[in-house]
Ligand binder design. Structure first.
Ligand code: ADP
Ligand code: MG
Length: 681
């Protein structure tokens, strides 16, 4: 039986309880378990003497028990076991807590391996609760696994051993065909799996890692390239005429060169043999919405419908009103979000299905089955990094191969863009609308808060608007945090901003309230908006020129950049004031970066340096499948190799029909199935 279909319950010792614990780690099948690679290793293969032990770090000591452990009852429920060990030169006193089981296995004169931290104590040494093995079991490198309740590293280790005994070419076919292994000089899957769990030495471990990373990246690349291939089936929504001139004529501004180029790229795509699949990437404020409008305009004029999906209701609402303004009166625009009343939603759905709406803007609510289109020709997703690859595909499936346009402000290094958006063509908006002044950014301590407020009041008096942002109101946080925005709002209304028109916006408010508040802010009725990060994404009010961020240390760098993007969107000079009393090194670097540049790419680089790649990708914001072993930044050279290998494989066998490619095809399907699950979570 294929190990991909064999449940872990069929391994020894795995009952209901352990199977549940495995499930928590995402392990259902024997293959899942084999692919659950150790997060680290205990190196029992190299032993040191106590005197050479690294300070504060675990190591392995080889020695002889001088006597059997003695028992010391310290108090009710606490028993210590002590014995002394000689490493041939020094004496180490070993203490075990309540561990009668381990103590019973130690006898006088036994030769032992002890794994743990050695602490000097006078002329001797001490070890507390080390792992103990008889030296006869042999010195080796042992795996350490990320654990969960009810599942120890040792249980996992034992089950992995059993699983490995089941591996052969029939039960676990190698996704990498033999010819590829040979060309890349990599070991086969069975060898790699044995070595990744139980390496005999560091070289074997390195070889296993290289092979498994290469495999993972190749499967990923093949999958992404095939997605691209698939979306490029026949173009059933051919847009033969370019209506951009009519669109721009009615615009309240002139498009930038970059915007014009992006729209032209799209029209060229849509006139071609294959449906469009394009990413428009541009920093905050670069004008992506107008590009989307321009592209949608031609599609709609040719008689098709367009759908635009945004990550939050506030943003969807804002896009609906912006787009109906930019597209003019003849274009019928509808809004569909989860919080609309049931009859209202039904009405929108019926209009869509009857072809009585040209454009619908919405949130995830667009993805439900009940939403159908008469003639869906274009799917737009805004702030792409908030959605999974799968969700984009799900919306597209509501039409017959519609064109796809995705927009993202998340600046990521170029090479990575290629991988992450491997299934897309890319247009970059590398030019801001004219007259934009960089947002001046200052970091101050809370001692200067009153002065900052004075500065804000001056702007409000001149007719401008502003934001005061405080950290997120989040489930499970302290009640004091929960009320942060509300409390601040009350304080400001009673004190420094008495007499001004203030508004409050946070994630816990009802949608209708949120919408009303945003609309009032957009109309200028609210002068100063006290908000949490719900305004982070996309909100666009050009008259807002000043932002104060409270507790700036609580925000990530990318997030601060997104927040700051809410000001500096019009012709007035804008200011962002970051308040923080934290003196930590990392915080200082973050604030310095914010004050010294407005360039999203520079910020992203700095962010990457500060947070490390693990964290950058760990948040699953890119909609990619979670990788088990590869690190997209650290393994760049392997990634390039995998990319070339994938391209070669597909050029020879585009549909992976060859028998030797069948396991690869299955691995690709399996990987992207998992994205599906995650994407809908
Ligand atoms: P983002 O790329 O962050 O989504 P938006 O599409 O929200 O940016 O645009 C930011 C602001 O710039 C909006 O107020 C929009 O009306 C304005 N804008 C967009 N393009 C131009 C342009 N070519 N000239 C002047 N203003 C523009
Ligand atoms: Mg936007």
């Amino acid at each position: 039986m294929a190990l991909r279909d064999k449940s872990v319950r069929q391994l020894g010792g795995v009952g209901d309880k352990r199977a549940k614990a495995y499930e928590k780690l995402g392990i259902h099948t024997v293959e899942d378990l084999l692919r659950y690679y150790p997060r680290a290793y205990e190196d029992w293969s190299r032993t040191v003497r106590a005197a050479e032990a690294p300070a504060g770090e675990p190591c392995c000591i080889r020695g002889w028990a001088l006597a059997a452990p003695t028992e010391h009852r310290v108090r009710q429920g606490m028993t210590l076991y002590r014995f002394r060990v000689s490493d041939g030169r020094d004496i180490i006193t070993v203490t075990l807590f309540n561990n009668r089981f381990a103590a019973a296995k130690v006898h006088a004169d036994d030769e032992l391996l002890l794994f743990g931290t050695v602490i000097p104590s006078g002329r001797h040494y001490e070890m507390t609760s080390p792992l103990i093995e008889p030296a006869s079991t042999g010195q080796r490198i042992r795996p350490l696994y990320r654990q969960t309740e009810g599942l120890t590293a040792r249980m996992i280790e034992n089950n992995v051993r059993q699983a490995l005994a089941l591996v052969n070419a029939a039960t676990l076919p190698d996704p990498l065909p033999p010819t590829l292994l040979e060309k890349q000089q990599l070991c086969d899957l069975s060898t790699a799996l044995h070595s990744i769990h139980f390496p005999t030495n560091e070289l074997a471990l390195e070889a296993a890692r290289e092979r498994l990373i290469f495999e993972e990246l190749t499967v990923l690349q093949v999958g992404l390239m095939r997605l691209k291939g698939r979306s490029r089936g026949d173009n059933t929504v051919r847009i033969r005429r370019d209506h951009t001139a009519a669109f721009t004529a009615a615009l309240p501004f002139t498009l930038t060169g970059a915007q014009n180029r992006a729209i032209a790229d799209c029209l060229q795509d849509m006139a071609g043999d294959r449906p469009m699949s394009r990413l428009v990437q541009g920093d905050v404020g670069s004008g992506k919405t107008a590009v989307a409008a321009g592209v949608a305009y031609s599609v709609i004029r040719e008689g098709w419908q367009a759908a635009m999906m945004a990550p939050t209701e506030i943003l969807a609402e804002q896009h609906a009103s912006t787009l109906s303004r930019l597209l003019g009166e003849e274009v019928r625009v509808g809004l569909l979000t989860g919080s609309l009343s049931v009859p209202k939603r039904r009405q929108i759905r019926q209009a869509l299905e009857a072809g009585e709406l040209d454009l619908v803007v919405g949130t995830h609510a667009l993805l439900t089955d009940a939403v159908r289109f008469a003639r869906l020709g274009l799917v737009i997703t805004d702030e792409q990094h908030r959605f999974g690859v799968h969700q984009r595909a799900c919306l597209a499936a509501k039409g017959n191969n519609p064109h796809m346009l995705v927009m993202s402000a998340t600046p990521i290094p170029r090479t990575l863009a290629l991988i992450l958006y491997g299934d897309l063509d890319v247009s970059v908006l590398d030019e801001l609308p004219p007259g934009r002044l960089p947002v001046e950014t200052y970091a101050i301590s809370s001692a200067k808060r009153e002065r900052a407020y004075g500065y804000v009041r001056r702007h409000l008096d001149e007719g401008r608007q502003g934001f005061i942002v405080c950290p997120l109101v989040e489930e499970g946080e302290e009640p004091s945090d929960l009320n942060a925005a509300t409390t601040l709002f009350e304080q400001l209304a009673a004190g420094p901003f008495a007499g001004y028109r203030l508004g409050l916006l946070h994630g816990r408010m009802k949608t209708a309230e949120k919408e009303e508040t945003m609309a009032a802010f957009a109309r200028g009725e609210i002068q100063l908006l006290i908000a949490t990060t719900v305004i982070e994404v996309g909100v666009d009010v050009p008259n807002a020129v000043i932002m104060v961020v409270e507790n700036a240390e609580r925000f990530g760098l990318a997030q601060l950049h997104q927040l700051r993007g809410r000001v500096g969107r019009g012709k007035h000079r804008s200011t962002c004031i970051l308040i923080s009393d934290s003196t930590g090194e990392e915080n200082r670097r973050r604030l310095t970066a914010m004050c010294s540049t407005n360039d999203g790419f520079k910020i992203a680089d700095e962010d990457l340096k500060l947070r490390g790649p693990g964290d950058f990708f760990g948040d699953r914001q890119h909609g990619l499948p979670q990788l088990r072993i590869a690190d997209l930044l650290g393994d760049m050279p392997l990634l390039n190799r995998a990319q070339m290998a994938a391209a070669h494989l597909l050029s020879v066998d585009p549909d992976l029909q060859a028998e030797e490619n069948a396991p690869l095809r299955q691995a690709v399907e399996h990987l992207f199935d998992r994205v599906g699950e995650q994407g809908l979570n």
